[in-house]
Design a binder for this molecule. Structure first.
Ligand code: ADP
Ligand code: MG
Length: 323
């Protein structure tokens, strides 16, 4: 059983960034309005995620660490609904299987909070603790009991970069949540949480980049594209600043990338690339779910609708600039 747990853990927990992604998504699922992430040594020795979400009831704490014991009823609406079923309710159990985990949590209806220590997949203690409503999870010594997996980790700075990139994507897809990242003692990201994508972009990328963004949106046949694109004169040498989300999830999509660049044809120099933060929304049955949930590639049932939504969102925004 231990081996099976460790193998399962490997699928969800590849590196510090995957731990952070799962924990922050849990915080957001818990209705948090602000989430703080702190890492040390690239997250290998220390990851802390603190939120002001709903907390976990004492009686549910044990279940939270058990595989597949998710409290969430995932509706039909989950983007990768079918694809993720196998992973649901596995994150916390998987993380606790390969690290030392401290959990501190309290719900609004409880007077006392709960402190839990777990390591190597075992819960060591559950005790009373004073704390505000919400949850703090500290993950120490990732892969301390799986040296083979430890070997695949890169240098601390690369692991920290991966955590930062992951938090940028989460921040941009949740402008309603104030996200703070303390990287090796320094705050490197702090978003407003005011549900305004542009102020969120200022928080993530800073003024130099954000001031060159303009609003763009288009909707047709139930497929929409909305968000921000760069002004033509702000184009860049790489595609590194093209952020596409589908129904709120970060994805890589050639279709959307091609549509964006087609819309900019003639407005920017050949060899330069536009930037964007665009969320594409569509009914869930129009997204191909036969894609591995851990990957960010996505396919659409109707590529044309997606192409058009992105193309016209960008084209119309550029046209409005020249009016
Ligand atoms: P899943 O998110 O798929 O339900 P997880 O293993 O990630 O599975 O989490 C297990 C359960 O622990 C969640 O269903 C939730 O009830 C609880 N939980 C985890 N993190 C938090 C949090 N930050 N705030 C409130 N509840 C949480
Ligand atoms: Mg989860």
């Amino acid at each position: 059983k231990q081996v099976a747990e460790l193998i399962a853990a490997g699928e969800v927990v590849e590196r510090p960034a995957s731990v952070v992604k799962e924990l922050v998504e849990n915080s957001i699922d818990a209705g948090a309005s602000s989430v703080t992430v702190e890492i040390q040594n690239g997250g290998v020795s220390y990851i802390r995620v603190t939120d002001d979400g709903c907390g976990i009831l004492r009686e549910d704490v044990h279940n939270a660490f058990v595989s597949h014991a998710t409290s969430k009823i995932k509706g039909e609406d989950d983007l990768y609904n079918i694809g993720t079923l196998g992973f649901r309710g596995e994150a916390l159990a998987s993380i606790a299987a390969v690290a030392r985990v401290s959990l501190l949590t309290r719900t609004a209806e409880e007077l006392a909070g709960t402190s839990v220590q777990a390591e190597g997949g075992q819960i060591l203690s559950v005790e009373d603790a004073g704390c505000p409503v919400g949850t703090t999870i500290i993950v120490r010594d990732l892969f301390y009991n799986t040296p083979a997996r430890m070997k695949f980790l890169k240098k601390d700075v690369s692991e920290a970069n991966a955590v930062a990139a992951c938090l940028d994507r989460i921040a941009l897809s949740h402008p309603e949540v104030s996200l703070r990242f303390i990287r090796e003692q320094k705050t490197t990201l702090h978003t407003s949480g005011d549900n305004n994508l542009l102020s969120c972009a200022y928080g993530v990328f800073g003024r130099d980049f954000a001031k060159g963004l303009i609003e763009a949106s288009y909707e047709s046949d139930g497929v929409s594209a909305g968000g921000l694109i760069s002004k033509p004169e702000e184009s860049r040498a790489t595609r590194g600043m093209q952020y596409f989300f589908v129904n709120g999830r970060f994805v890589r999509t050639r279709t959307a990338m091609a549509a964006l660049e087609e819309a900019f044809k003639g407005s920017i120099t050949v060899g330069k690339f536009p930037s964007c933060i665009l969320n594409i929304t569509m009914p869930y049955h129009l997204v191909d779910v036969n894609v591995h949930p851990a990957k960010v590639e996505v396919r659409f049932v109707n590529e044309r609708l997606v192409f058009d939504a992105v193309y016209f969102a960008a084209k119309n925004a550029l046209a409005a600039l020249n009016e």
